[in-house]
Design a protein around this ligand. Structure first.
Ligand SMILES: C[S@@+](CC[C@H](N)C(=O)[O-])C[C@H]1O[C@@H](n2cnc3c(N)ncnc32)[C@H](O)[C@@H]1O
Length: 247
């Protein structure tokens, strides 16, 4: 997927607005320690989690379908990290992993059950016999109004680019297909008045607990745990997350 402009904003924006999600790092560290390497970070993006696991000494393969996101990860020059440009639905690597994971709702970028099953089957082929997969799902994707007209999400300085960014967000929920489509417009202004404007579109599929359980079972996985938060707490109706640990 082309993320030409957005990739350069990802790490900065994540720090700025993802105050809850950033606590996921501790869970991935804990699971990596429990299940061991080599590790496969699927939809690794700019390596937000990979970089933390690399510091712990793990050997990591970081996979994403965006060359722009991978380029940023590669510039971090992390030890024992290999990047792979590939689609999570269909990749073929010449090694197997003791632990694979998909963080931050990225699995929900697969918008059909068929694609989700394809992805889980592909991952299964890349796990060792005792290999474990972790997936963090956002169970609240379809909540909120069906249509949200364009509104300001934030205005913030971006010191590394010497610019000020206004981000406008809007969304539509496609209830029939259980998909939320976002359209985010970034307007970046430099001190001399120059302007850089681009749009980033994201779509996520709503996933509920029963569907996920069925999907895992159909794809030959055993459920080890379902956590409702990044501390390993129980999943309830009010939980912010739904983290699956399967083998
Ligand atoms: C929200 S970012 C998450 C990045 C990182 N895992 C994190 O937690 O910060 C989602 C990532 O999924 C990648 N992605 C989306 N669809 C993909 C696909 N079909 N195959 C591989 N990567 C994909 C995007 O390029 C993007 O880097």
């Amino acid at each position: 997927m082309k993320r030409k402009n957005y990739a350069g904003f990802y790490d900065w924006e994540f720090e700025l607005i993802c105050t809850r999600q950033r606590h996921d790092v501790k869970l991935w560290k804990k699971l990596a320690t429990k299940y061991g390497g080599p590790i496969l970070d699927i939809c690794c993006g700019t390596g937000r989690i990979t970089q933390e696991l690399a510091k712990m000494g793990f050997e990591i393969t970081a996979l994403d379908n965006s060359p722009e996101m991978l380029e940023i990860l590669e510039k971090k020059k992390l030890p024992k990290v290999q990047t792979v440009l590939a689609d999570m639905r269909d990749f073929s690597l010449d090694r197997k992993f003791k632990f694979a994971f998909i963080s931050y709702s990225s699995f929900q970028q697969l918008l059909s059950l068929e694609d989700q099953a394809k992805c889980l089957n592909t991952i299964k082929r890349h796990l060792t016999d005792d290999g474990v997969l972790g997936i963090d799902i956002n169970p609240h994707v379809l909540e909120g109004s069906d249509v949200q007209e364009k509104e300001i999400s934030y205005i913030a300085d971006f010191p590394a680019r010497n610019s000020r960014v206004t981000m406008f967000t809007s969304h539509k929920i496609d209830l029939k297909n259980q998909i939320k489509h976002w359209e985010d417009t970034y307007v970046e202004i430099y001190p001399d008045g120059r302007k850089n404007e681009f749009i980033n579109r994201e779509s996520l599929k709503g996933c509920n607990r029963d569907d996920m359980q069925l999907l895992f079972e159909k794809c030959g996985y055993n459920i080890i745990d379902v956590f409702g938060d990044f501390d390993g707490g129980e999943m309830t109706e009010d939980s912010w997350n739904m983290v699956w640990v399967v083998s």
